[in-house]
Design a protein around this ligand. Structure first.
Ligand SMILES: Nc1ncnc2c1ncn2[C@@H]1O[C@H](COP(=O)(O)OP(=O)(O)O)[C@@H](O)[C@H]1O
Ligand SMILES: [Mg+2]
Length: 260
């Protein structure tokens, strides 16, 4: 029990430079089990860079990211073997991309897209895989009769729901999301957000979600980190940051939303 105390993820002094350009600069924060952290800020503020570095999809220039493995042991992700990191990404983590095509295999069936992740955690029984895949499709409101269809035949909203099912089927402990509702119509966005909120609560997921949309952060997150020009400007509980922003930049962000 004691071994599982402490943060799930600890980021320390993380910096990413693209040549002379700053992607993100000297970022430190923790994420606790079951916590939803929203990283907000305008376009170009470094949100995606930060998310890609902490999920080891992009090499950082300096800093460390420590992850508490399922056995309770904290591990420095940047010192991990490539194969072990890939295994984490396929099992204990999820990554939901803004564009579903980046997170799905578009020319294999919906069922196979979900089943593939189950096989990565050692599931070999075809009937069981298909049953679990069917169950997950229904959880994301995709009818069972679409299980053999390829995602390229799906609407944008359906593709995004399939990407979510594919990511959550392995019961990950941490899910990274980069603007998961960004490419969708407003009405479809609202439904997807509702679905996401339910799943995150039911599964007790820890989530790091990048969004430029404060309404998304309000609905999904416990805590907000505001970024500008690669720096963290303000961080705090979501309601506090949005209702009583302290930094002038956050005040500007919040008020520009309220004027819409
Ligand atoms: N591959 C890249 N090469 C060079 N500069 C990049 C690259 N990706 C991002 N940047 C720069 O890093 C900064 C942060 O970008 P990004 O992380 O994409 O911000 P956000 O996700 O908040 O829109 C921007 O100045 C951007 O131009
Ligand atoms: Mg981005």
């Amino acid at each position: 029990m004691a071994a599982h105390d402490g943060p799930l993820l600890s980021v320390r002094d993380l910096t990413k430079r693209y040549g002379q350009r700053i992607g993100c600069d000297d970022i430190s924060f923790d994420v606790w089990p079951g916590e939803v952290l929203a990283i907000v800020g305008e376009s170009g503020s470094g949100k995606t860079t930060l998310l890609n570095c902490i999920s080891t999809r992009l090499p950082a220039t300096s800093g460390t990211v420590t992850y508490q493995m399922r056995d309770g042991q904290p591990r420095n992700l940047f010192e991990m073997e490539e194969a072990e990191r890939r295994h984490l990404l396929r099992t204990d983590w999820g990554f939901v991309h803004q564009n579903p095509a980046d997170g799905l295999r578009m020319t294999v069936s919906a069922g196979a897209n979900v089943g593939e992740r189950l096989m990565a955690v050692g599931n070999r029984h075809y009937g069981q895989i298909r049953e679990t895949a069917t169950d997950w499709l229904s959880r994301v409101e995709i009818m069972a009769e679409r299980i053999d269809d390829q995602p390229r035949a799906f609407s944008g909203g359906m593709r995004q729901r399939l990407q979510i099912a594919r990511n959550l089927v392995t019961a990950p402990r941490l899910v990274f999301m980069d603007e998961p509702t960004g490419g969708l119509d407003v009405s479809v966005q609202a439904r997807l957000l509702d679905l996401l909120r339910g799943l995150v609560a039911d599964l007790g997921l820890a989530v790091i979600i990048v969004t430029h949309d404060l309404a998304v952060a309000r609905l999904l997150s416990d805590r907000i980190m505001v970024m500008k020009d690669g720096h963290v400007i303000e961080t705090g509980l979501t309601d506090r940051v949005l209702d009583d922003p302290q930094a002038p930049y956050t005040q500007l962000l919040v008020s520009s939303i309220l004027q819409v």
